[in-house]
Design a binder for this molecule. Structure first.
Ligand SMILES: [Zn+2]
Ligand SMILES: [Zn+2]
Length: 318
């Protein structure tokens, strides 16, 4: 073949490869395993949810008591021994207390269960307690996790962890959403005390034909900052569903109005505010984003989101 024809072929091939559309998840079910509201099982100040996306299973966050996710899973007939991975959204105790106990308990049945954990860069940084002491529990747990045969994958940026399933990595704080306590402090790499904006806070993003589905732990990065990061990386403008904790409980009406307006612009169809979202913000978002009853609900233990059926919120939240 002539050199020019060869180059043309290579150019065409690279165009073809670049034009390959991103993989879209076809079947998706998300089940809430830890949050405050519970009709069946135990409620707690915490968060965890099981993601079943095509053949992939991920446990997102681990609850705030050692046994909550374990017991609620049994009650809901969910077999965690078939779940190979965790995604842990951020360092806070209400998402991480169950991490090592779950790994220890479930790996007795299957060594490979919950043996990989995805986290955002900064999660193991030293935090300061209210009395000024060093908080290093996550770092201690990470050593135990590795000792147990577990593998930790730390993400410094947006990454695809399975076809069509992404972690945002630490989220750029483009908009002034400050959905965290501004008194929190941490130590930087040089050991100096600095404000703790929870830099590692990351969410899970699932790409579907209907748009993006966002699963958030506490939403400290801000829901709009988080979807902005996902949209920038995925060339998908529509946010079909947002589920999880969004830490809107201390926001003013104006801030929630802005959030609802941005979600409406993004084409949101389903909103489930669990954990630290706050109850009233769920209804404000329902009204201001133009959603109906059943489309914007308070998350409860056992509540599900299905790509085809939408929410099954449970009788109490319906
Ligand atoms: Zn938190
Ligand atoms: Zn939380």
């Amino acid at each position: 073949m002539k050199k020019s024809a060869c180059i043309l072929l290579l150019v065409l091939l690279s165009h073809f490869l670049l034009a390959q559309p991103a993989h879209q998840v076809k079947n998706l079910k998300i089940t809430i395993l830890s949050t405050m509201l519970a009709q069946k099982g135990m409620g707690e100040w915490g968060f965890a949810a099981l993601v079943e996306a095509d053949s992939v299973k991920i446990l997102f966050d681990a609850g705030s008591h050692e046994k909550t996710v374990l017991e609620n899973s049994k009650l809901l007939n969910i077999d965690l021994s078939q779940v190979p991975r965790f995604v842990i959204s951020h360092n806070h105790w209400d998402h991480t207390i169950g991490w090592m106990p779950l790994r220890n308990e479930i790996s007795r049945t299957n060594r490979q269960a919950l043996s990989v954990t995805h986290v955002g860069k900064g999660i193991f940084d030293t935090r300061l307690t209210e009395t000024g002491g060093d908080e290093t529990k996550m770092r201690q747990d990470s050593a135990l996790y590795v000792q147990s045969g577990g593998k930790i994958i730390t993400h410094a940026s947006f990454a695809e962890i399975s076809p069509g399933i992404y972690v945002t990595g630490p989220v750029a704080r483009k908009y002034p959403e400050k959905n965290y306590d501004q008194r929190w402090q941490k130590k930087d790499a040089a050991g100096k005390t600095v404000a703790d904006i929870v830099p590692e806070d990351m969410s899970l993003i699932i790409l579907t034909a209907k748009g993006l589905v966002l699963l958030s732990g506490c939403g400290h990065s801000g829901i709009i900052n988080t979807i902005t990061q996902a949209r920038d990386h995925l060339q998908q403008e529509t946010v079909y569903a947002a589920i999880g904790g969004f830490h809107l409980l201390q926001n003013s009406d104006e801030q929630i109005r802005w959030t609802a307006d941005e979600l409406k612009k993004a084409g949101i169809r389903y909103f489930m505010g669990a954990h630290c979202t706050g109850i009233e913000p769920v209804y404000q978002i329902r009204e201001w984003a133009g959603l109906k009853r059943g489309e914007s609900v308070v998350g409860s233990v056992g509540a599900t989101f299905d790509l085809v059926k939408g929410f099954t919120p449970g009788a109490l939240a319906r």
